[in-house]
Design a protein around this ligand. Sequence first.
Ligand SMILES: *Cc1c(COP(=O)(O)O)cnc(C)c1O
Length: 416
Amino acid sequence: MHYFNYQGNELYCEDVPVERIAAEVGTPFYLYSASTIVRHYNVFTEAFADVDHLVCYSVKANSNLAVLKMLADLGAGADIVSGGELFRALRAGISPDKIVFSGVGKRDEEIRFALESGILMFNVESTSELSALSRIAKDMGSTAPVALRVNPDVDPETHPYISTGMKENKFGIPVTEALSIYLQAAKMDHIQVVGADCHIGSQLTSSAPFGEAVTKLMELVSDLDREGMEIKYIDVGGGLGIIYGEEAPPLPSDYADTILDAVGGTDKTLIFEPGRVIVGNAGILVTRVIYNKKTAEKNFIIVDAAMNDLIRPSLYDAYQEVRPVFRTEREEIVADVVGPVCESTDYLARDHSMPAVEEGELLAVMSSGAYGFSMSSQYNSRPRAAEIMVRDKRFEVVRNRETFDDLVKGERVFNG
Ligand SMILES: *Cc1c(COP(=O)(O)O)cnc(C)c1O
Protein backbone atom coordinates (compact mmCIF):
# COMPACT_ATOMS: atom_id res chain seq x y z
CA MET A 1 0.00 0.00 0.00
CA HIS A 2 1.30 3.43 -0.89
CA TYR A 3 0.23 6.86 -2.11
CA PHE A 4 2.04 6.96 -5.45
CA ASN A 5 -0.76 6.79 -7.98
CA TYR A 6 -1.64 8.07 -11.42
CA GLN A 7 -4.23 10.82 -11.53
CA GLY A 8 -5.27 10.84 -15.15
CA ASN A 9 -2.04 9.84 -16.86
CA GLU A 10 0.32 11.59 -14.50
CA LEU A 11 2.08 10.09 -11.49
CA TYR A 12 1.38 11.81 -8.19
CA CYS A 13 2.82 11.49 -4.72
CA GLU A 14 -0.27 11.98 -2.56
CA ASP A 15 -1.77 15.19 -4.06
CA VAL A 16 1.38 16.55 -5.67
CA PRO A 17 2.34 15.85 -9.30
CA VAL A 18 5.83 14.32 -9.44
CA GLU A 19 6.61 16.48 -12.45
CA ARG A 20 6.03 19.68 -10.48
CA ILE A 21 8.66 18.66 -7.94
CA ALA A 22 11.11 17.66 -10.68
CA ALA A 23 10.68 21.06 -12.30
CA GLU A 24 11.52 22.76 -9.01
CA VAL A 25 14.35 20.62 -7.58
CA GLY A 26 15.86 18.91 -10.66
CA THR A 27 16.68 15.21 -10.91
CA PRO A 28 17.50 12.71 -9.57
CA PHE A 29 15.67 12.90 -6.24
CA TYR A 30 14.14 10.65 -3.62
CA LEU A 31 10.49 11.32 -2.98
CA TYR A 32 8.79 10.17 0.23
CA SER A 33 5.11 10.04 1.08
CA ALA A 34 4.54 11.03 4.72
CA SER A 35 1.05 9.53 4.80
CA THR A 36 2.41 6.19 3.62
CA ILE A 37 5.03 6.12 6.38
CA VAL A 38 2.45 7.00 9.03
CA ARG A 39 0.04 4.39 7.72
CA HIS A 40 2.66 1.63 7.63
CA TYR A 41 3.81 2.42 11.14
CA ASN A 42 0.24 2.44 12.46
CA VAL A 43 -0.71 -0.82 10.75
CA PHE A 44 2.41 -2.47 12.17
CA THR A 45 1.99 -1.28 15.74
CA GLU A 46 -1.78 -1.96 15.72
CA ALA A 47 -1.09 -5.57 14.77
CA PHE A 48 0.42 -5.92 18.24
CA ALA A 49 -2.13 -3.75 20.07
CA ASP A 50 -3.05 -6.59 22.43
CA VAL A 51 0.44 -7.03 23.84
CA ASP A 52 2.97 -4.83 25.57
CA HIS A 53 5.39 -3.90 22.80
CA LEU A 54 7.80 -1.31 21.44
CA VAL A 55 8.50 -0.65 17.76
CA CYS A 56 12.16 0.31 17.32
CA TYR A 57 12.36 1.51 13.72
CA SER A 58 15.55 0.31 12.04
CA VAL A 59 17.31 3.58 11.29
CA LYS A 60 19.59 2.20 8.58
CA ALA A 61 16.64 1.61 6.22
CA ASN A 62 16.13 5.36 5.84
CA SER A 63 17.88 7.68 8.25
CA ASN A 64 16.66 11.08 7.05
CA LEU A 65 15.85 13.29 10.05
CA ALA A 66 12.40 14.10 8.64
CA VAL A 67 11.56 10.39 8.54
CA LEU A 68 12.94 9.82 12.04
CA LYS A 69 11.10 12.83 13.47
CA MET A 70 7.82 11.65 11.97
CA LEU A 71 8.28 8.23 13.57
CA ALA A 72 9.39 9.79 16.86
CA ASP A 73 6.14 11.77 16.94
CA LEU A 74 4.22 8.52 16.47
CA GLY A 75 5.98 7.08 19.52
CA ALA A 76 8.51 4.89 17.76
CA GLY A 77 11.85 3.93 19.22
CA ALA A 78 14.93 3.17 17.15
CA ASP A 79 17.17 0.24 16.34
CA ILE A 80 20.62 1.66 15.66
CA VAL A 81 23.85 0.08 14.41
CA SER A 82 26.35 2.92 14.85
CA GLY A 83 27.19 6.05 16.83
CA GLY A 84 26.13 8.08 13.82
CA GLU A 85 22.68 6.51 13.87
CA LEU A 86 22.42 7.20 17.61
CA PHE A 87 23.25 10.84 16.89
CA ARG A 88 20.54 11.00 14.24
CA ALA A 89 17.92 9.27 16.39
CA LEU A 90 18.54 11.61 19.33
CA ARG A 91 18.62 14.64 17.03
CA ALA A 92 15.21 13.61 15.69
CA GLY A 93 13.81 13.45 19.21
CA ILE A 94 13.61 9.69 19.67
CA SER A 95 13.66 8.99 23.37
CA PRO A 96 16.90 7.23 24.43
CA ASP A 97 14.95 4.79 26.58
CA LYS A 98 13.40 3.50 23.35
CA ILE A 99 16.72 2.90 21.58
CA VAL A 100 18.34 -0.51 21.11
CA PHE A 101 21.89 -0.80 19.76
CA SER A 102 22.64 -3.73 17.43
CA GLY A 103 25.73 -4.62 15.40
CA VAL A 104 28.76 -6.91 15.57
CA GLY A 105 31.45 -4.24 15.84
CA LYS A 106 30.59 -1.57 18.40
CA ARG A 107 33.64 0.59 19.13
CA ASP A 108 34.55 1.96 22.58
CA GLU A 109 33.50 5.51 21.79
CA GLU A 110 30.19 4.33 20.39
CA ILE A 111 29.52 2.27 23.53
CA ARG A 112 30.43 5.26 25.71
CA PHE A 113 28.11 7.56 23.72
CA ALA A 114 25.24 5.05 24.08
CA LEU A 115 25.83 4.61 27.82
CA GLU A 116 25.96 8.38 28.33
CA SER A 117 22.73 8.72 26.39
CA GLY A 118 20.97 6.12 28.53
CA ILE A 119 19.73 3.80 25.80
CA LEU A 120 17.32 0.94 26.54
CA MET A 121 19.72 -1.91 25.74
CA PHE A 122 22.69 -3.23 23.83
CA ASN A 123 22.06 -6.24 21.63
CA VAL A 124 25.36 -8.00 22.26
CA GLU A 125 26.85 -10.19 19.57
CA SER A 126 29.98 -11.70 21.20
CA THR A 127 31.75 -12.36 24.49
CA SER A 128 34.39 -9.79 23.51
CA GLU A 129 31.66 -7.19 23.25
CA LEU A 130 30.36 -8.17 26.70
CA SER A 131 33.83 -7.61 28.16
CA ALA A 132 34.11 -4.25 26.41
CA LEU A 133 30.72 -3.19 27.76
CA SER A 134 31.62 -4.23 31.29
CA ARG A 135 35.00 -2.44 31.13
CA ILE A 136 33.58 0.80 29.74
CA ALA A 137 30.52 0.84 32.02
CA LYS A 138 32.80 0.32 35.02
CA ASP A 139 35.01 3.15 33.87
CA MET A 140 31.96 5.41 33.67
CA GLY A 141 30.51 4.21 36.96
CA SER A 142 27.48 2.96 35.15
CA THR A 143 25.77 -0.30 34.17
CA ALA A 144 25.11 -1.60 30.65
CA PRO A 145 21.67 -3.11 30.04
CA VAL A 146 22.09 -6.03 27.63
CA ALA A 147 20.32 -8.61 25.56
CA LEU A 148 22.27 -11.27 23.75
CA ARG A 149 21.59 -11.43 20.04
CA VAL A 150 21.10 -15.07 19.42
CA ASN A 151 21.77 -16.68 16.07
CA PRO A 152 19.04 -19.34 15.86
CA ASP A 153 20.39 -20.98 12.69
CA VAL A 154 17.19 -20.57 10.70
CA ASP A 155 17.11 -20.14 6.92
CA PRO A 156 15.15 -16.96 6.19
CA GLU A 157 14.85 -17.93 2.51
CA THR A 158 15.95 -14.52 1.32
CA HIS A 159 18.95 -13.22 -0.65
CA PRO A 160 22.18 -14.61 0.91
CA TYR A 161 23.58 -11.09 1.37
CA ILE A 162 20.69 -10.16 3.66
CA SER A 163 20.41 -13.42 5.53
CA THR A 164 21.77 -12.95 9.08
CA GLY A 165 20.49 -15.81 11.23
CA MET A 166 22.26 -18.85 9.77
CA LYS A 167 25.23 -20.39 11.50
CA GLU A 168 27.66 -19.33 8.78
CA ASN A 169 26.68 -15.64 9.20
CA LYS A 170 28.80 -13.27 11.30
CA PHE A 171 25.81 -12.18 13.37
CA GLY A 172 24.77 -13.11 16.86
CA ILE A 173 25.77 -15.77 19.36
CA PRO A 174 25.08 -19.39 18.35
CA VAL A 175 21.89 -20.46 20.09
CA THR A 176 23.72 -23.53 21.41
CA GLU A 177 26.18 -21.31 23.35
CA ALA A 178 23.72 -18.66 24.43
CA LEU A 179 22.75 -20.07 27.82
CA SER A 180 26.32 -20.41 29.04
CA ILE A 181 27.19 -16.90 27.88
CA TYR A 182 24.07 -15.54 29.60
CA LEU A 183 25.23 -17.21 32.82
CA GLN A 184 28.62 -15.54 32.38
CA ALA A 185 27.00 -12.17 31.65
CA ALA A 186 24.79 -12.39 34.73
CA LYS A 187 27.91 -12.63 36.90
CA MET A 188 29.75 -9.74 35.26
CA ASP A 189 30.14 -6.40 36.98
CA HIS A 190 28.39 -3.44 35.42
CA ILE A 191 26.31 -5.66 33.16
CA GLN A 192 22.60 -6.06 33.64
CA VAL A 193 20.86 -8.75 31.64
CA VAL A 194 17.47 -7.41 30.54
CA GLY A 195 16.54 -9.08 27.27
CA ALA A 196 16.91 -11.67 24.55
CA ASP A 197 17.17 -10.82 20.87
CA CYS A 198 17.33 -12.27 17.38
CA HIS A 199 17.18 -10.89 13.84
CA ILE A 200 17.40 -13.45 11.08
CA GLY A 201 17.45 -11.42 7.91
CA SER A 202 15.71 -8.95 5.67
CA GLN A 203 12.99 -9.04 2.98
CA LEU A 204 11.43 -12.25 4.34
CA THR A 205 8.37 -13.16 2.31
CA SER A 206 7.05 -15.98 4.46
CA SER A 207 6.20 -16.21 8.15
CA ALA A 208 7.55 -19.67 8.86
CA PRO A 209 11.21 -18.69 9.48
CA PHE A 210 10.08 -16.01 11.95
CA GLY A 211 8.04 -18.61 13.79
CA GLU A 212 10.96 -21.01 13.88
CA ALA A 213 13.41 -18.37 15.14
CA VAL A 214 11.10 -17.02 17.83
CA THR A 215 10.28 -20.53 19.01
CA LYS A 216 14.01 -21.14 19.53
CA LEU A 217 14.38 -17.77 21.25
CA MET A 218 11.50 -18.58 23.61
CA GLU A 219 13.05 -21.93 24.56
CA LEU A 220 16.12 -19.99 25.61
CA VAL A 221 14.00 -17.43 27.47
CA SER A 222 12.36 -20.19 29.54
CA ASP A 223 15.83 -21.46 30.46
CA LEU A 224 16.81 -17.95 31.48
CA ASP A 225 13.64 -17.54 33.55
CA ARG A 226 14.45 -20.83 35.25
CA GLU A 227 17.94 -19.53 36.04
CA GLY A 228 16.29 -16.54 37.73
CA MET A 229 17.37 -13.95 35.19
CA GLU A 230 15.03 -11.02 34.86
CA ILE A 231 14.37 -10.93 31.16
CA LYS A 232 12.08 -7.98 30.49
CA TYR A 233 12.41 -7.65 26.72
CA ILE A 234 12.04 -10.12 23.90
CA ASP A 235 13.39 -8.50 20.74
CA VAL A 236 12.43 -10.39 17.60
CA GLY A 237 14.24 -8.09 15.17
CA GLY A 238 12.93 -6.86 11.83
CA GLY A 239 12.94 -8.37 8.38
CA LEU A 240 9.32 -8.41 7.23
CA GLY A 241 9.38 -8.19 3.43
CA ILE A 242 7.50 -5.93 1.04
CA ILE A 243 6.13 -6.17 -2.50
CA TYR A 244 8.66 -5.06 -5.11
CA GLY A 245 7.24 -7.17 -7.92
CA GLU A 246 5.60 -10.57 -7.61
CA GLU A 247 6.28 -11.24 -3.93
CA ALA A 248 3.43 -12.03 -1.58
CA PRO A 249 4.82 -11.26 1.89
CA PRO A 250 2.64 -11.81 4.96
CA LEU A 251 0.51 -8.87 6.07
CA PRO A 252 1.58 -7.34 9.39
CA SER A 253 -1.46 -9.02 10.96
CA ASP A 254 -0.36 -12.46 9.67
CA TYR A 255 3.17 -11.76 10.84
CA ALA A 256 1.75 -10.81 14.25
CA ASP A 257 -0.21 -14.08 14.42
CA THR A 258 2.97 -16.06 13.75
CA ILE A 259 5.05 -14.15 16.29
CA LEU A 260 2.40 -14.17 19.02
CA ASP A 261 1.78 -17.84 18.44
CA ALA A 262 5.50 -18.60 18.86
CA VAL A 263 5.76 -16.36 21.93
CA GLY A 264 2.74 -18.12 23.42
CA GLY A 265 1.68 -15.47 25.92
CA THR A 266 4.14 -13.59 28.09
CA ASP A 267 4.27 -10.66 30.51
CA LYS A 268 7.48 -9.42 28.91
CA THR A 269 7.69 -6.51 26.47
CA LEU A 270 8.08 -7.48 22.82
CA ILE A 271 10.43 -5.36 20.76
CA PHE A 272 10.30 -5.15 16.96
CA GLU A 273 12.91 -3.64 14.65
CA PRO A 274 11.10 -3.12 11.33
CA GLY A 275 12.79 -1.02 8.66
CA ARG A 276 11.85 -1.90 5.11
CA VAL A 277 8.18 -2.60 5.84
CA ILE A 278 7.73 0.92 7.23
CA VAL A 279 9.52 2.95 4.56
CA GLY A 280 10.23 0.72 1.53
CA ASN A 281 7.10 1.47 -0.44
CA ALA A 282 6.87 4.99 0.97
CA GLY A 283 9.57 6.27 -1.38
CA ILE A 284 10.45 6.42 -5.06
CA LEU A 285 13.54 7.58 -6.92
CA VAL A 286 12.75 10.04 -9.71
CA THR A 287 15.17 10.21 -12.58
CA ARG A 288 15.30 11.66 -16.08
CA VAL A 289 16.20 9.83 -19.28
CA ILE A 290 19.43 11.19 -20.73
CA TYR A 291 19.76 8.96 -23.81
CA ASN A 292 18.25 5.98 -25.53
CA LYS A 293 20.96 3.67 -26.83
CA LYS A 294 20.17 0.65 -28.94
CA THR A 295 22.75 -2.02 -29.67
CA ALA A 296 22.43 -5.34 -31.48
CA GLU A 297 21.99 -6.99 -28.08
CA LYS A 298 19.99 -4.59 -26.00
CA ASN A 299 17.94 -1.48 -25.50
CA PHE A 300 19.70 0.71 -22.98
CA ILE A 301 17.85 3.55 -21.31
CA ILE A 302 20.52 5.80 -19.83
CA VAL A 303 19.18 7.85 -16.93
CA ASP A 304 20.62 10.44 -14.55
CA ALA A 305 20.35 8.23 -11.45
CA ALA A 306 22.89 5.46 -10.97
CA MET A 307 24.20 2.75 -8.65
CA ASN A 308 25.69 5.40 -6.39
CA ASP A 309 22.12 6.65 -5.80
CA LEU A 310 20.42 3.26 -5.56
CA ILE A 311 22.66 0.24 -5.15
CA ARG A 312 20.10 -2.50 -4.45
CA PRO A 313 19.84 -3.70 -8.06
CA SER A 314 23.64 -3.89 -8.41
CA LEU A 315 24.34 -5.33 -4.96
CA TYR A 316 21.50 -7.80 -4.52
CA ASP A 317 20.32 -8.15 -8.11
CA ALA A 318 17.13 -6.69 -6.66
CA TYR A 319 14.09 -6.03 -8.81
CA GLN A 320 12.47 -2.61 -8.62
CA GLU A 321 9.79 -1.51 -11.03
CA VAL A 322 10.60 1.42 -13.30
CA ARG A 323 7.69 3.32 -14.79
CA PRO A 324 7.21 6.56 -16.70
CA VAL A 325 5.86 9.52 -14.76
CA PHE A 326 3.57 10.24 -17.73
CA ARG A 327 1.56 7.23 -18.81
CA THR A 328 0.77 7.15 -22.52
CA GLU A 329 -0.02 4.55 -25.15
CA ARG A 330 3.24 3.27 -26.59
CA GLU A 331 5.21 0.29 -27.69
CA GLU A 332 6.38 -2.13 -24.96
CA ILE A 333 10.08 -2.96 -25.02
CA VAL A 334 12.59 -4.92 -22.96
CA ALA A 335 15.37 -2.65 -21.75
CA ASP A 336 18.17 -2.17 -19.27
CA VAL A 337 17.78 1.04 -17.32
CA VAL A 338 21.34 2.13 -16.57
CA GLY A 339 23.15 5.08 -15.03
CA PRO A 340 26.21 7.07 -16.10
CA VAL A 341 28.58 5.34 -13.63
CA CYS A 342 31.56 3.54 -15.12
CA GLU A 343 30.72 0.01 -13.99
CA SER A 344 28.88 -2.69 -15.90
CA THR A 345 26.90 -3.46 -12.72
CA ASP A 346 25.51 0.07 -12.83
CA TYR A 347 21.90 -0.66 -13.59
CA LEU A 348 18.59 0.14 -11.95
CA ALA A 349 16.70 -2.50 -13.91
CA ARG A 350 17.79 -5.32 -16.19
CA ASP A 351 15.80 -6.89 -19.01
CA HIS A 352 12.86 -4.86 -17.80
CA SER A 353 9.57 -4.96 -19.72
CA MET A 354 8.43 -1.38 -19.98
CA PRO A 355 7.11 1.24 -22.37
CA ALA A 356 9.61 2.72 -24.81
CA VAL A 357 10.67 6.07 -23.38
CA GLU A 358 11.81 9.35 -24.83
CA GLU A 359 14.97 11.25 -24.09
CA GLY A 360 14.26 13.89 -21.45
CA GLU A 361 11.28 12.17 -19.89
CA LEU A 362 10.85 11.39 -16.21
CA LEU A 363 10.89 7.87 -14.77
CA ALA A 364 10.03 6.63 -11.31
CA VAL A 365 11.94 3.77 -9.70
CA MET A 366 9.32 2.40 -7.35
CA SER A 367 9.83 0.97 -3.81
CA SER A 368 12.98 2.99 -3.16
CA GLY A 369 12.21 4.27 0.34
CA ALA A 370 14.30 1.66 2.16
CA TYR A 371 18.03 1.06 1.61
CA GLY A 372 17.92 3.71 -1.11
CA PHE A 373 19.37 7.04 -0.09
CA SER A 374 20.83 5.51 3.09
CA MET A 375 23.10 3.28 0.99
CA SER A 376 23.99 5.98 -1.52
CA SER A 377 27.49 7.29 -2.11
CA GLN A 378 29.36 9.87 -4.14
CA TYR A 379 31.08 7.29 -6.35
CA ASN A 380 32.21 8.81 -9.66
CA SER A 381 32.09 12.15 -7.80
CA ARG A 382 28.36 12.36 -8.19
CA PRO A 383 26.75 14.64 -5.58
CA ARG A 384 24.11 12.74 -3.65
CA ALA A 385 20.48 13.24 -4.66
CA ALA A 386 17.98 15.53 -2.95
CA GLU A 387 15.31 14.08 -0.67
CA ILE A 388 11.76 15.42 -0.75
CA MET A 389 8.84 14.74 1.60
CA VAL A 390 5.19 15.15 0.59
CA ARG A 391 2.14 15.31 2.78
CA ASP A 392 -1.21 15.91 1.08
CA LYS A 393 -0.72 18.93 -1.19
CA ARG A 394 2.60 20.11 0.18
CA PHE A 395 6.19 19.16 -0.47
CA GLU A 396 9.42 20.14 1.23
CA VAL A 397 13.07 19.46 0.53
CA VAL A 398 14.24 17.43 3.54
CA ARG A 399 17.80 17.10 2.29
CA ASN A 400 19.38 19.41 -0.23
CA ARG A 401 20.99 18.00 -3.31
CA GLU A 402 24.73 17.98 -2.66
CA THR A 403 26.91 20.46 -4.49
CA PHE A 404 30.36 20.08 -6.03
CA ASP A 405 31.73 21.85 -2.95
CA ASP A 406 30.18 19.11 -0.80
CA LEU A 407 32.20 16.60 -2.83
CA VAL A 408 35.52 18.04 -1.66
CA LYS A 409 34.43 19.08 1.84
CA GLY A 410 37.21 18.33 4.31
CA GLU A 411 39.78 17.53 1.62
CA ARG A 412 43.01 19.46 1.22
CA VAL A 413 46.13 19.18 -0.91
CA PHE A 414 49.17 17.53 0.62
CA ASN A 415 51.89 19.99 1.58
CA GLY A 416 54.44 17.41 2.71
C1 LIG B 1 18.75 -4.15 9.18
C2 LIG B 1 18.24 -4.61 10.50
C3 LIG B 1 16.88 -4.53 10.81
C4 LIG B 1 15.84 -4.08 9.82
O1 LIG B 1 15.61 -5.00 8.80
P1 LIG B 1 14.39 -4.77 7.78
O2 LIG B 1 14.49 -5.92 6.87
O3 LIG B 1 14.61 -3.47 7.11
O4 LIG B 1 13.12 -4.78 8.60
C5 LIG B 1 16.48 -4.89 12.08
N1 LIG B 1 17.38 -5.31 13.01
C6 LIG B 1 18.68 -5.40 12.75
C7 LIG B 1 19.61 -5.86 13.80
C8 LIG B 1 19.17 -5.05 11.49
O5 LIG B 1 20.48 -5.15 11.22
